[in-house]
Design a protein around this ligand. Structure first.
Ligand SMILES: NC(=O)C1=CN([C@@H]2O[C@H](COP(=O)(O)OP(=O)(O)OC[C@H]3O[C@@H](n4cnc5c(N)ncnc54)[C@H](OP(=O)(O)O)[C@@H]3O)[C@@H](O)[C@H]2O)[C@H](O)CC1
Ligand SMILES: [K+]
Length: 492
């Protein structure tokens, strides 16, 4: 069972949490009061007292706003409420909190932000279900134009909680959400629009998380560290697996980067299978990485039948010309036929563009496919948000899908998904993808579960890039892995 600490809540799961909680012990109005107190708390921890305007919508998000306004007012702050729509449309808990408010209330149309120095966005939250109307967009843009810091309740108005997509949202400084983050807090552009995210427990109780069927997580060692292969005294180089990479020619750097990465992340042995013509190039630059010459399909068969190889990688540097396609496809299918862990990257993905079903049908063992958006669209004809597309691709292919980007998503065929948030923009550089596929290969070679190995590799990849900083080139990444592993496995 994956640690639920970094689990993300869908809008439905949030509503389920509300129902489970209000059915048992806490009425919605009290949850709402606690929500307002949490928002007020987060504000006073970050800003000195100043005039605040709370923009309130017609539903429970607005209700949180009324409650926030009252808590700030009770602390001596100067607060006014701007209400979208008519007060007599309010009902339930929002109405109750509106009735407890005795300060100024102005209609949205009269908001000018004159004298205001802080804006609380309590217009729409989890209930957003369509693009914003012009009056809402203009008020948000007016606040932005006046450079007023904004605090969003639950999510910035206009951000879809389940997907991170924006329908007219503007960036806020701070977002206060409840019980757990939503996917919209970590997937782009939502992540960038939310600013700092504070998660408050407003009375749900942590045990409720285990009743919500949570299957989406923010990437963090908490999710996969228990399954991470750690060297131990009884290890020998054979017990730590043997990674095999199909080496390209004349593009040889990709496979070498992948091999170094697999070795650095702990694969006991790492071999690159290369055509004889490439021997001088590979041989001149590699020491601990071994080489196998393959000049015929019989050579490949011999290698793949050797059970000592525990995981395969094909794709980096394969070279995409039509006559290459057939050879690459044959090799991919031969690797998959062994049912041993296989990573399929780059051109080994693209070469199935004409008939992806051939690839999907051959996937019976642990398999990880690592496309960027372009390669993804060559084998998956899917529309919709990134999280849904990655999940669906995993389900129809039977592979773990690593859809790369600043918000890489790792999805398993069983529906679980992990969203990565540590990757710096400097990773958009040639060869970084080869390093990532090598890291995944190295962990698979040691027997790690394909889904968790992919998440761990994506996280290590981002951490290494953060350690290196600007000016990063892919060549630096494998050498940065030991320090990350040391920090991860031997925290100081
Ligand atoms: N126990 C609880 O429920 C708690 C909830 N919390 C807060 O509640 C919000 C979610 O509240 P909800 O009422 O479900 O939805 P919103 O307040 O986000 O939106 C209200 C309604 O507005 C309509 N809507 C949606 N999108 C738009 C739009 N673009 N333009 C205009 N109107 C829109 C929609 O109603 P319709 O009938 O018009 O479809 C929404 O229902 C959650 O975010 C939390 O902040 C508390 O935090 C905890 C307790
Ligand atoms: K909001």
């Amino acid at each position: 069972m994956i640690n639920l600490t970094t689990a993300l809540l869908s809008v439905n799961q949030m509503q389920c949490a509300d129902r489970l909680t209000t059915a048992s012990d806490l009425p919605v109005a009290e949850l709402m009061s606690n929500a307002g107190l949490a928002v007020a708390q987060a504000i006073i921890e970050r800003w000195s007292m100043r005039p605040v305007v709370v923009l309130c919508g017609p539903g429970n998000n607005g209700g949180d706003g009324f409650s926030t306004a009252r808590h700030l007012f009770d602390l001596g702050w100067s607060v006014k409420i701007a209400l979208l729509g008519a007060a007599d449309h309010l009902n339930g808990a929002p109405l109750l909190h509106f009735q407890r408010w005795h300060g100024a209330v102005i209609p949205f149309a009269e908001v000018e932000f004159s004298g205001d120095e802080l804006v609380v966005d309590a217009i729409f939250g989890a209930g957003l279900n369509r693009p914003l109307d012009a009056d809402v967009i203009s008020i948000l843009e007016a606040a932005l134009f006046k450079k007023l810091p904004m605090v969003a309740i639950d999510v910035p108005t206009g951000v879809m909680g389940d997907t991170g997509q924006s329908f007219g949202a503007v960036a806020v400084v701070l977002t206060v959400t409840f019980l757990r983050k939503k996917p919209g807090h970590v997937i782009l552009p939502g992540r960038l629009l939310c600013g700092e995210v504070v998660v408050a427990d407003i009375g749900y109780g942590q045990q409720i998380a285990s009743h919500l069927g949570l299957n989406t997580f923010e990437n963090d060692p908490l999710v996969w560290l228990p399954d991470f292969p750690v060297p131990h005294p009884f290890n020998n180089k054979y017990s730590r697996g043997h990674a095999l990479i199909a080496g390209g020619y004349p593009v040889t750097g990709a496979a070498r980067l992948a091999a170094l990465s697999a070795a650095r992340v702990g694969s006991g042995l790492t071999t690159i299978a290369i055509p004889e013509i490439a021997l001088p190039i590979y041989g001149a630059s590699l020491l601990s990485i071994m080489l196998e010459i393959i000049n015929s399909s019989a050579d490949i068969e011999r290698l793949l039948n050797d059970k000592r190889y525990t995981a395969f990688l094909i794709g980096p540097g394969c070279g995409v010309t039509p006559d290459d396609f057939d050879l690459i496809r044959i090799r991919v299918l031969a690797m998959l036929a062994t049912k041993r862990a296989t990573v399929i990257d780059a051109d080994a993905i693209s070469c199935f563009r004409d008939d992806p079903k051939i690839l999907f049908k051959a996937i019976e063992g642990p398999c990880v496919i690592t496309p960027h958006e372009g390669e993804f669209s060559r084998i998956f004809d899917l529309k919709g948000d990134k999280l849904m597309r990655t999940r669906f691709a995993a389900r129809i292919s039977g592979a773990v899908i690593v859809l790369k980007g600043s918000d890489t998503i790792i999805a398993a065929p069983d529906g679980r998904a992990i969203i990565n948030t540590n990757a710096p923009a400097s990773l958009a550089t040639a060869g970084a993808g080869d390093v990532l596929s090598g890291l995944i290969l190295g962990l698979l070679a040691q027997g790690m579960d394909a889904f968790l190995a992919s998440a761990a590799a994506v996280w290590l990849h981002g951490e290494a890039a953060n350690d290196i900083g600007l000016g990063l080139i892919a060549d630096d990444l494998p050498e940065a892995i030991p320090a990350i592993l040391d920090e991860l496995l031997h925290p100081h």
